[in-house]
Design a protein around this ligand. Structure first.
Ligand SMILES: [Zn+2]
Length: 159
């Protein structure tokens, strides 16, 4: 129960939580199967309960496996849609293009983001603060690096 409240914030906590839940399910299954065998002598219940617990564990941990592989492959973390992030930056006043947008997990709790923003604002620092605030408040990304551009750069291969 102590792990339950933080399981959505940290992959490690979720792994520990699911492990404990699986242990609890196994214990409960043993008690139920033992009681049934004691009362009826029907030993097949032991195998059936075991398979049921295996199914519950596999279904319950599939998301954990997916998120772990995402983290290992530097993919955008679950819950952060790259298209939505791009649209949100494009909606900032004065921003006309977004490119070189990369989002990846630094750890089980921290996400990093880099992007080039093409803009026509005279107050570049204010735009930077707005972009940082947007990434943090709406997408939970606190490690950001932005390149602010006033137009196509000759040395930028993707501009
Ligand atoms: Zn660029």
């Amino acid at each position: 129960l102590l792990f339950m409240k933080d399981q959505h914030k940290d992959l490690n906590v979720r792994g520990a939580y699911l492990h404990m839940m699986a242990d609890a399910a196994v214990s409960l299954g043993v008690v139920v199967a033992g009681a049934v065998i004691l009362l009826t002598g029907w030993a097949v219940i032991d195998a059936l309960v075991s398979l049921g617990i295996v199914a519950v564990i596999m279904i319950g941990t599939w998301g954990l496996l997916k998120d772990s592989v995402n983290l290992a492959l530097d993919a955008a973390p679950n819950g952060v849609e790259v298209g939505q992030v791009r649209d949100a930056f494009l909606a900032l006043p004065g921003v006309s293009a977004v490119h070189d947008l990369h989002i990846w997990g630094l750890s089980t709790t921290d996400t990093a983001l880099t992007a080039h923003l093409v803009h026509d604002r005279p107050d570049a620092d204010a735009l930077l603060a707005e972009a940082q605030g947007l990434a943090r408040s709406r997408f939970g990304v606190s490690h950001t690096t932005f390149q602010l551009e006033s137009g196509a750069l000759p040395d930028c291969p993707t501009c």
